[in-house]
Write a protein that binds this ligand. Sequence first.
Ligand SMILES: NC(=O)c1ccc[n+]([C@@H]2O[C@H](COP(=O)([O-])OP(=O)(O)OC[C@H]3O[C@@H](n4cnc5c(N)ncnc54)[C@H](O)[C@@H]3O)[C@@H](O)[C@H]2O)c1
Length: 344
Amino acid sequence: MTIVLNPVLVTGAAGFIGMHVAERLLDRGEVVVGVDNFNAYYDPALKEARAARLEGREGFTMVRADISEHEQMRDLVRDTGTRRIVHLAAQAGVRYSIDNPFAYERSNLAGHLSILEAARHSGVTHLVYASSSSVYGDRPLDGAGFREDDPTVSPVSLYAATKRSCELLSQSYAKLYGFPQSGLRFFTVYGPWGRPDMAYFSFTEKIMRGEPIEVYGEGKMARDFTYIDDIVDGVVGVLDAPPERGGHEVYNIGDSSPVGLMEMIATLEHHLGREAVKVMRPMQPGDVTATYADISKLNALTGYAPQVPLKDGLDRFVEWWQSCSLDTHRRPGADPATEKRAQS
Ligand SMILES: NC(=O)c1ccc[n+]([C@@H]2O[C@H](COP(=O)([O-])OP(=O)(O)OC[C@H]3O[C@@H](n4cnc5c(N)ncnc54)[C@H](O)[C@@H]3O)[C@@H](O)[C@H]2O)c1
């Protein structure tokens, strides 16, 4: 591998958020080293297509590796001279964690620890990592957004428990070893090049195939859907604003305007020009009723202010989906496993 000076290491770079963050960093002239293991949680062809976009750009190198391989990660951070890390690789999805707990142990617990160890041995000046709105547990919408200092002691899924664990591991490493860290609690991120296991994406595919969609929580759930470009603004803004040495901060990064599931579906139907056949189902284990980000802490740090409302963001997603030359994630029955675990 080419040795480059002071690149940004982006883990999960073949993933949805990782690809977009890496692109933004390249756009501003950064050198970026991506890491991803291209696992088959959802169709790896989509990850390959994202990676191909990045690999075509000057200043980008992709390393195909598992972040839980701690010696390899330590060597990679040291040998590349990395001082800033955006750590996004994880086993995502709430429902998948019910049947596949050890995937979360490996990627989210061992993986996060491995990145922390690599950072502490290599003089890293800022580690930004992904947490999740799921750490807030199941809370009703009561008119106020969830705040970073609200209790996070009642996760309702293993996924949420591992994400909260990442925050605690980071807190201990910030105190023990001093390198600054920022954790980002993402709220339902969507947009072009998104994840086929998420509801807006799988609904699009099913609506266009004329298949019924299963609407969990009887359609009464609400999510703080956040457009990918707004998320990238927040991630890069935080990367540029590390806490003091020894500091560890956690920020919500959402749209701060929750939308009901039925409204999201109606918006999709409008953009697709087709009505969905809806099958109402009860809430699933691991699901939460609602999410709603209070974003004042992040706004005070970087001026973060989401720009893209759901109707515009879904319009852009549908435009991408319709023009996408990839058919691996569109072919009927292409990946039944992904279909089954959709809607997280
Ligand atoms: N998209 C959302 O709505 C959302 C919400 C909350 C939190 N998050 C968090 O944001 C981060 C990025 O999410 P995303 O939506 O881009 O998911 P994604 O699944 O598209 O991206 C994650 C990437 O990490 C890679 N990966 C997983 N385990 C790995 C391992 N052990 N070693 C190397 N690579 C590995 C995967 O192959 C994938 O490409 C994750 O940490 C996720 O938990 C996302």
